[in-house]
Design a protein around this ligand. Structure first.
Ligand code: HEC
Length: 478
């Protein structure tokens, strides 16, 4: 649905000397590099994906930092308005970017092809010079304008709906522990919201912040039933009945891909589900809106790699089902997956072959001869002083700390990203903020450290390791 502003803008763009109606779908393909753009940076051709606008201006088109460089917001409502020091004050803008007239289709074409802004300033050379037709620019404009005025699902003036998904294989006691944590957090948050609301009625200044913080949260437990192939339909039905802004925590020992896909297609931030295994994705799947604690096997294997290297092991073998090709690609040239047959032929040539055995609890056991290590994404009992204090205060200290700690992390991360949601609640922008903010948030989990970088969707970069049958778990980060 086009907002009035976007509609006016479209009219404005087509009222130039030569009327061009932009095709937002095609503009989106250009923006995300699905349609190849030809560009030059400092005279050299910029290859492939890197010249897609998304790689610098981000999914939200609200820009961000690239090392010491400020990439400006180019969503329609910024681009087609004059920039002043007050524009987008909560966004990163460099001083010289703060003053320029509104872009028109012509001046945007000029800027993108020659690098001269409507203020007559030469844009820095990092911003590529593109070979684009006026049609291309009209399409890009149509897409960028369409980003405005879209209120995400599940957001009302006074309320934000969130969901937490529980698949039928989950033990009732486990899901209760998760729900008790989420509900305790949300109760406290909503109580604070009521106070802020009362205060805002007497203070004109805080009225401005209305848009931002003063919404209460409502959490919907979405309990899936039956066979996994029926989940996509169940999720669609639940979402249609009550749209949600995003998903917080959630629990499953089964395949999570139905939930992952719903969140990608509906653009719902899905934060930190408690899973046995990450979803099995295909080349067609995107992975922007889903954030996970741990990648499981993929990280375990790089930890295994690290250990095996120190042992001078050249090759190792997996017993059991082979992982998806994406995980295969993570192995370096010293290692390869070998079939039993190949392994014995390599062995007969004198090479040491290690065995990597995935265990039912999603840990792996790696062995060479008599030596072995166990690699897991979380040790059996997690002690985290910070989360213990919170749990004690909320009367939840008797619940399994692994579950409660992870649930607390998920809901804290949701609160963090929603506190930045003043920019029309762009879900994409919220996730981009989390990429930077996660590291400085309190860590309530047993993971040593949680962090993300642009594009990264697994927050724990290491695994827990126990040497040869011991129960002494230590954190290894390759
Ligand atoms: C390699 C990173 C990169 C890519 C790719 C990129 N940009 Fe930029 N863009 C920048 C930077 C950095 C600036 C700021 C330059 C300056 O202010 O000197 C910028 C500035 C701009 C501006 C000027 C904004 C203003 O307020 O004056 C526009 C418009 C723009 N980019 C559009 C696009 C579009 C459309 C694409 C894709 C076709 C794109 N950019 C691709 C990095 C990039």
């Amino acid at each position: 649905v086009l907002s009035l502003k976007a509609l006016l803008l479209t009219l404005l763009l087509v009222s130039g000397e030569r009327a061009i109606a932009g095709n937002a779908e095609r503009g989106k393909a250009l923006y995300f590099g699905k349609t190849t753009l030809s560009a030059q940076v400092s005279g050299a051709d910029l290859p492939g994906q890197r010249n897609a606008c998304v790689s610098c201006h981000r999914h939200s088109a609200l820009g961000g930092f690239e090392a010491d460089l400020v990439v400006p917001a180019i969503a329609g409502r910024f681009l087609f308005q004059p920039a002043s020091p007050l524009t987008g004050h909560s966004l990163p803008w460099a001083i010289e970017q703060q003053e320029r007239p509104a872009y028109t289709l012509d001046s945007l074409h000029e800027a993108l092809t020659t690098g001269v802004s409507p203020a007559g300033r030469r844009l820095r050379s990092v911003m590529p010079r593109y070979q684009l037709t006026r049609e291309d620019v009209a399409d890009l404009s149509a897409y960028l304008s369409q980003l405005d005025g879209r209120v995400p699902p599940g957001v009302r003036d006074d309320k934000i709906y969130l969901a937490t998904v529980i698949t039928p294989d989950v033990q009732e006691t486990d899901s209760q522990a998760m729900l008790a944590t989420l509900n305790a957090f949300i109760r406290a948050k909503n109580a604070a919201t009521r106070q802020e609301l009362a205060r805002s009625r007497v203070s004109a200044r805080s009225q401005q912040q209305m848009y931002r913080n003063y919404r209460s949260w409502e959490l919907l437990p979405w309990r899936l039933t039956g066979a996994a192939h029926t989940w996509p339909q169940q999720l669609e039905t639940l979402f249609t009945q009550q749209p949600v802004f995003g998903m917080v925590s959630g629990m499953s020992g089964a395949d999570w891909s139905a939930i992952h896909r719903l969140c990608e297609s509906r653009e719902l931030p899905c934060l930190f589900a408690q899973l046995r295994q990450v979803p099995q994705l295909t080349e067609q799947d995107t992975a922007f809106f889903n954030v996970y604690f741990h990648s499981g096997l993929a990280t375990h294997l790089s930890v295994a790699e690290h250990w095996l290297k120190s042992k001078d092991v050249m090759h190792y073998q997996l017993q059991g089902p082979l992982p998806a090709p994406t995980q295969l690609a993570l192995l370096n040239q010293n290692s390869a997956w070998l079939s039993d047959e190949l392994a014995s032929s390599v062995k007969s040539k004198g090479a040491v072959v290690a065995l990597v055995k995935p265990q039912p609890d999603s840990s792996v056991e790696v062995s060479i001869g008599q030596e072995s290590i166990r690699i897991a994404d979380a040790p059996p009992a997690v002690v985290n002083a910070r989360s213990n204090a919170w749990l004690l205060k909320n009367g939840l200290a008797h619940l399994p700390t692994r579950i409660t700690g992870m649930a607390l992390q998920a809901v804290t991360a949701m609160a963090e990203i929603l506190s930045h949601a003043d920019l029309s609640f762009s879900a994409a922008y919220c996730l981009e903020r989390l990429e930077h903010g996660l590291e400085s948030m309190p860590n309530y989990t047993g993971y040593e450290r949680l962090s993300l970088a642009p594009g990264q969707r697994f927050a724990a970069k290491g695994s827990f390791v126990a040497l040869g049958g011991s129960q002494q778990w230590t954190w290894w980060q390759p």
